[in-house]
Design a protein around this ligand. Structure first.
Ligand code: 5GP
Length: 194
């Protein structure tokens, strides 16, 4: 998606350690007009899937997923990070290793909000090694629902997550795929997508 690629070039900051900072428009201050354009793009890419729920993970996926929820006209659920070890049986749980914070979080979703009837679109801001997505996929599987698609704002294509998730057969669409980036020069190369 050209608009997002241009914005990453203009306002993104490439940090050491394969991290892109996009906090001025995506995951701290949020450009909701950009989110609306992203939501329309997700809607057209997943038009054939009859999505009836969107699932994301707190916190940076929530803004993008919420605007997508408006566009799809479906409820949006976010997996919560939980420190408590004693989760009662009313929750689906998965363990997720944080790429940016290098720690493990238990994530939970109430059984009230996800079930076998759900045809889920998973949305997140970034795809790096795929741990967050694997956790969300396992939660949907536990619920008996189906993962109809996965929509990502920014995939770092030089990390393993995208390949792993596509090899598992999921319909994964990333609005911008970074093939290479360099903290010293701030140069970013995007994968050509049709
Ligand atoms: P993964 O689980 O795929 O390794 O990493 C995805 C999660 O880590 C995303 O939910 C996102 O919050 C965070 N993340 C991964 N890479 C980056 C990055 O380059 N920049 C930012 N801001 N967050 C990232």
């Amino acid at each position: 998606m050209k608009l997002l690629e241009e914005r990453i070039r203009k306002d993104g900051v490439i940090k050491e350690g394969n991290v892109v900072k996009v906090d001025s428009f995506l995951n701290h201050q949020m450009d909701v007009e950009l989110f609306l354009e992203m939501a329309k793009e997700f809607k057209s890419k997943f038009a054939s899937h009859n999505i009836n729920k969107i699932l994301t993970i707190e916190s940076s996926g929530i803004g993008i997923a919420a605007i997508a929820g408006l566009e799809f006209g479906v409820p949006v659920v976010f997996a919560k990070k939980s420190k408590s070890i004693n989760i009662d049986g009313d929750m689906y749980t998965a363990e997720v290793e944080s790429f940016t914070h290098k720690c493990k979080n238990q994530v939970i979703v109430s059984k009230k909000f996800l079930s076998a009837d759900d045809r889920v679109l998973i949305i997140d801001d970034f795809l790096a090694n795929g741990c967050a997505l694997q956790g969300l996929i396992s939660i949907v599987n536990e619920s008996g629902g189906t993962v109809e698609g996965i929509g990502i704002a920014i995939e770092k294509g030089f990390q393993s997550g995208g390949r792993t998730i596509r090899n598992l057969g999921f319909h994964l669409e990333s609005l911008a795929i970074i093939d290479s980036m360099d903290a010293a020069t701030q140069n970013v190369e995007f994968r050509q997508q049709e």
